[in-house]
Design a protein around this ligand. Structure first.
Ligand SMILES: [Fe+2]
Length: 456
């Protein structure tokens, strides 16, 4: 029996298949573009290799596109047949069960499967990365960090790709609010491998959350030369750089990064779309004319308005459809209402949060700010269920504040903006909005003080 590069057994007689599979794993950990090629090579060498078939299914799911979801089910069937014919390790059988759970929308069940694997095999990098991904979209920071902490003692400098695990740990710490631990782990990972874009990104999040924009810009400028041959995740990292420029009021720099780096071409990758839509939404709140860019996004969103695979992505598709006045926005609400009745965790998230957020988004774009505020205010502490990072989800915090201000509900806005300025103390825009709320409440002196903070 062969083994992967971490020493985990693989049910194949083909050394070439095992080597190609290892290259695939390493490429996946490193966000490289050659991952698919290595997986094809593994399957060319051994078309019935269980882990290669299962991984193919996993990768189809990661695109969050309906046609590929169906192909993932084919992969599970092929892996099941292969395992029936040649047998498999317990670990491989757990992976098959995880894929089968994911195939029916049970991301929780899939995550449980990977966590079970990691209790026994903490060097299973596929389980590490996938559980990190699904905790990110399902459970938030605490679960991500707990998961990472369980495996970290099994890793050290002597093991290949230790840095990638540090990067995953860094991001988990960052989302959990331990910025010092995140920065230390992320920078150590980048020392080990400057091309580790996930670790680079974890540190970028620290700078974002701590309002250290100049350091963030320098950090990403210093490392961007390392990103050749990496996949579209580099676009999201450019998006982070534009977030710093946005906070600094450098709107031309934001649009330049948007047009040249992360939306140079229309993309059907959901992460690319979320970068673009959330940035246009933020830019307009800063009074920036974004030209025809919404229309370009809306063309893409129309292709996905019936996806209903990931509530986080749906909420961004709705931004573009609503902003561009597309009829598909209403059709999307109806489709989401139907999807919310289905099984699976994303159906539950859609019912509780995704659908109401989409309704609020459309209401805002149709000058029904009061209705949007009514929907969003009771959801404000539940938005995390959509998944994504604190930085990404802030767009909905902004949406709620602006809805309240537009609806003249200044007392409600005052409280939320007090909360916002407490954590974003050097954010001029947040202080300006706070001043607007205080003025609306008749607190003229406090409003003047807030405006002064905005000018600092
Ligand atoms: Fe991010």
């Amino acid at each position: 029996m062969a083994a992967d590069y971490q020493g985990l057994e693989l049910t194949t007689e083909s050394a070439a298949a095992a080597d190609a599979y290892s290259a695939c794993m390493r490429g996946y950990m490193g966000y490289q573009t050659d991952v698919g090629g290595h997986l094809k090579a593994a399957l060319a060498a051994d078309g019935e290799m269980p882990m290669a078939l299962i991984t193919r299914g996993y990768f189809f799911h990661l695109f969050s596109i309906p046609a590929l979801e169906r192909k993932a089910a084919d992969c599970a069937r092929a892996a099941q047949e292969a395992i029936a014919a040649r047998g498999a390790t317990e670990r491989e059988k757990w992976h098959l069960a995880a894929l089968q759970a994911w195939n029916v929308g049970d991301m929780e069940g899939a995550t449980d499967g990977w966590e079970q694997i990691l209790l026994h095999h903490p060097h299973d990098v596929m389980a590490v990365r996938l559980s990190h991904f699904t905790h990110f979209y399902l459970h938030g920071a605490g679960a991500m960090r707990q998961s990472t902490n369980r495996i970290l003692p099994a890793w050290d400098d002597n093991r290949p790709d230790y840095g990638f695990i540090l990067g995953i740990s860094a991001f988990s710490h960052e989302e959990a609010g331990d910025y010092a631990a995140a920065e230390a782990a992320g920078k150590r990972a980048v020392e080990i491998n400057p091309r580790d874009i996930w670790a680079t990104h974890a540190v970028a999040h620290v700078y974002e959350m701590q309002g250290r924009q100049d350091e963030g810009i320098a950090w990403l400028d210093g490392l961007s030369g390392q990103w050749a041959g990496l996949n579209n995740f580099r676009f999201h990292t450019w998006w982070h750089k534009s977030m710093y420029h946005l906070e600094k009021g450098q709107h031309d720099a934001v649009l330049d990064l948007y047009d040249r780096e992360y939306w140079a071409e229309p993309s059907d990758e959901y992460l690319d779309f979320t970068n673009a839509a959330a940035m246009l939404w933020r830019l307009e709140y800063q009074g920036v004319d974004v030209g025809q860019r919404w229309s370009v996004l809306a063309d893409v969103a129309e292709r996905h308005h019936r996806d209903a695979i990931m509530a986080f992505a749906d909420a961004h598709y709705m931004m573009a459809l609503a902003k561009d006045g597309r009829a598909a926005a209403q059709a999307m609400l109806e489709n989401l209402a139907e999807a919310a009745q289905g099984a699976g965790d994303q159906a539950r998230v859609t019912a509780a949060v995704g659908l109401p957020v989409c309704r609020a988004t459309l209401a805002l774009c149709q000058d029904r700010a009061g209705e949007a505020a009514d929907i969003l205010l009771p959801l404000r502490d539940h938005i995390w269920r959509l998944g994504g990072s604190h930085a990404q989800r802030d767009v909905w915090a902004q949406m709620l504040c602006r809805a309240l201000l537009a609806a003249g509900r200044f007392a409600d806005a005052r409280g939320l903006l007090a909360q916002r300025t407490a954590t974003k103390n050097n954010s001029p825009a947040s202080w300006r909005w706070y001043a607007e709320a205080l003025e609306g409440c008749g607190e003229t002196a406090a409003a003047a003080a807030a405006r002064e903070k905005a000018a600092c």
